[in-house]
Design a protein around this ligand. Sequence first.
Ligand code: 3PG
Length: 306
Amino acid sequence: MKKILVATEKPFAKVAVDGIKEVAAEAGIEVVMLEKYTEKAELLAAVADVDAMIIRSDKVDNEVFDAAKQLKIVVRAGAGYDNVDLVAATAHGVVVMNTPGQNSNAVAELVFGMLVYAARNFYNGKAGTELKGKKLGILAYGNVGRRVAHIAKGFDMDVYAYDAYCPASAIESDGVKAVASQDELFAQCGIVSLHIPATAETRQSINAALVGKMPKGAILVNTARKEIINEPELLALMKERGDLKFMTDIMPDADAEFRVFEGRYFSTPKKMGAQTAEANINAGVAAARQIAAFFKDGCTKFQVNK
Ligand code: 3PG
């Protein structure tokens, strides 16, 4: 009998785990759980005899692949797969997949949770501002970016987007204004929401030169990855610009230094964007289905290491 290890340092909701087990049982696959682990050694021991893994932001590196002698497939239940060493996976003959789109709505809703909190001055009693009529810039128009645009229209916001890999016509067909560059997006919009992945190209790309272009009263929201922020430069800019707010769902390395900007900085203690029952079910069950289809028919749809 094949075995799936669900290795989640940040566990799924129970209903999602039940859903994964149901799909696996139908496919004749056993499920073993490793939740809330704190040591890598626990992961290394747990992977020893499994054929598949479902993970979230859990790090799967060369050492994990070395320890997982039977492993054939890893599915990242979510969008970003920067936590998996794809080169090592390929070298070990392991297929890596993600589950694109399955948790996007949850992340997009959190963007607005954080935006209202920022616009209303962290609910400190002082008059804030509304989102209606404000210019929102969406950086990267993927599954989350699209969902953010959709919700923003409900707030009557003026929505702009830039995506180096998405044609302007696709953005415009959603009734969103496509701008020609990242610089233009930041210069135009008082609110910018980040949805770029962490890649060699994007690491530390959100720097002072870029954020400094934002109009007065700017709000920067990050629900993507902490690696895309140039933290020293953003810290210096926030010191210089008392009007700038930074809301993030990924705690920066320099969290203690950002905390100095009381009322202008907020970070969730743990990444919460995809942490809803619905997103857990969607992404977790999709991952289980993808593994079942892989073992049954060799289906490699959603493979990211090819
Ligand atoms: C993703 O890439 O899907 C999101 O960042 C969610 O990550 P999580 O599953 O670790 O919450």
